[in-house]
Write a protein that binds this ligand. Structure first.
Ligand SMILES: *Cc1c(COP(=O)(O)O)cnc(C)c1O
Length: 477
């Protein structure tokens, strides 16, 4: 496919701007040294270019997308309609509280909803992604520990099944990482945790259900062990799809949580688009929150203010506001009944697929799962030479986006499958049939899978070269 700079020709241009009717001026010292490389395209060509790109990607609107841990659920179009309302798109954050009452009401309403769903007291909507939320939550923990003089608490405990962003965020906040192993059932090893906590413990970061899709039955004991040692408990709530409206992290003993609105709360993600990773916390951490805090004046009007001991800003103004509008639309559409129903259907769908695939593939953990489950293709690999990667490439030829691969790191040849609640049984049955057919190919015609994919716009890519020497700029030479 041609890149946009390789299309069109000099002289052909999309020029809808009226001629300049004021005197031109240059800002001295800031003049451009070279001509700008702008593509010369007509509107027609431009539109074709984007349509061509759109045909080459796979999204939830194209087909099944069971990317474990990422919750690629269908995003209802009404969310987009709400976010496109001119009252939201045409507003400027510096307009002042008087003119932005509606937006402040949105922030206040979603803050209250997320606090209720998670069992927390306050929420900031400023962070722009999950990892950004982790950073923000850990900064709250750090600010609190500093405020009580507990500066010797520098260590964050992270289980080996954690999402890679957890240790990365903790290091960015200046903490040291203590890794603890998981028990054979995928849950936290309580003895290892007891051995890891001490006077230098700042806290624990945990996902529950964890990344292998297992709900940790010892959760109350886990948070108690950390609290008794003087540490705080951080809940990685990026994926809240199994528990929203059913159980609350705040009731499990957690002090702080981040949500990925771009996973659980149905706003589109992938391709680096705008995300939102709000952070919820218990009241004792709230004075340190960043960003806008929405309060009420005696007249009942909304006002925006800062938290007393705020550790600073993590993004401008209210964060990715329109993503927040989409998530609020989703929450209000589902309501108190719909939210737990969505969670329960997500768990039902994952268990349905797990039960249907269990005869043909090995489960990493043979238990009732939550919103996702993990297959291990270790035996298939040894017996046929077909790896999880080969099978994933075979799925591509069948119009299915592969599940998350080689994660969590503790499972060999892992495929982590999360169908989500928005898939009908028919879709899952089709996908199950594809998985079974690929297994047959692995034993009978393995070359087909070694060659896959053959139906995609590009064949197998050199992942290592792409990661080590990425070409991110077009060379005009
Ligand atoms: C996706 C995810 C994250 C990170 O979220 P980003 O928005 O990609 O930064 C963290 N933890 C878990 C468990 C996740 O699934």
């Amino acid at each position: 496919m041609k890149l946009i700079f390789e299309r069109g020709f000099e002289g052909q241009a999309l020029c809808l701007m009226p001629a300049c009717d004021v005197p031109e001026c240059t800002v001295e010292g800031f003049e451009r040294e070279q001509e700008l490389h702008l593509p010369h395209l007509s509107e027609n060509e431009l539109s074709r270019h984007y349509s061509e790109i759109a045909k080459r990607v796979h999204g939830v609107n194209d087909g099944f997308y069971p990317l474990g841990s990422c919750t690629m659920k269908y995003n209802p179009k009404i969310n987009e309609e709400a976010a496109a309302l001119p009252g939201f798109t045409g507003i400027h954050p510096l307009q002042g509280d008087k003119n932005t009452q509606g937006c402040l009401e949105v922030l206040d309403t979603i803050e209250k909803s997320l606090a209720e769903i998670s069992g927390m007291d306050s929420v900031t909507l400023q962070p722009a992604a999950g990892a950004h939320g982790e950073f923000t939550g850990l900064m709250l923990i750090k600010s609190y520990l500093n405020s009580i003089g507990a500066t010797e608490r520098k260590k964050i405990i992270v289980p080996d099944s954690a999402h890679g962003t957890n240790p990365a965020s903790a290091v960015m906040c200046g903490f040291e990482i203590v890794n603890i192993p998981s028990a054979p059932d995928g849950c936290v090893d309580l003895e290892a945790l007891k051995g890891a906590v001490g006077e230098d413990t700042a806290g624990l970061m945990l996902t529950n259900p964890n990344t292998v899709g297992v709900f940790d039955k010892n959760i109350l004991e886990i948070t108690k062990i950390v609290h008794d040692a003087g540490g705080l408990c951080y809940y990685d709530g990026a994926n809240l799809n199994a528990v929203m409206g059913v159980v609350r992290p705040g009731d499990m003993g957690f002090d702080c949580i981040h949500f990925n609105l771009h996973k659980t709360f149905s706003t589109p993600h992938g391709g680096g688009g705008p995300g939102s990773g709000p952070v919820g916390c218990k009241a004792f951490l709230a004075p340190f929150l960043p960003g806008i805090r929405v309060g009420r004046k005696p007249c009942g009007c909304y006002k925006s203010e800062k938290a007393e001991q705020s550790f600073g800003e993590v993004k401008a103004f209210g964060g990715n506001f329109l993503v927040v509008v989409k998530a609020l639309t989703y929450i209000l559409t589902l309501g108190k009944e719909g939210i737990p129903e969505a969670a329960k259907n997500a768990v039902l769908n994952a268990n349905y697929m797990q039960a249907c695939l269990k005869e043909d593939f090995d489960l990493a953990y043979d238990v009732i799962c939550m919103h996702e489950f993990v297959l291990t293709l270790d035996r298939l690999h040894k017996e046929t030479g077909i790896s999880a990667l080969d099978l994933a490439k075979g799925l591509l030829d069948n119009g299915i986006h592969p599940p998350t691969m080689y994660f969590p790191l503790i499972v060999h040849e892992a495929l982590m499958i999360e169908p989500t609640e928005t898939e009908p049984k028919e879709m899952m049955d089709e996908a199950i049939a594809v998985f079974k057919e690929l297994k047959r190919l692995a034993y009978e015609e393995p070359q087909v899978l070694h060659d896959a994919p053959v139906k995609t716009p590009v064949r197998r890519l050199d992942d290592v070269r792409a990661a080590r020497t990425p070409v991110l700029r077009y060379s005009f030479e």
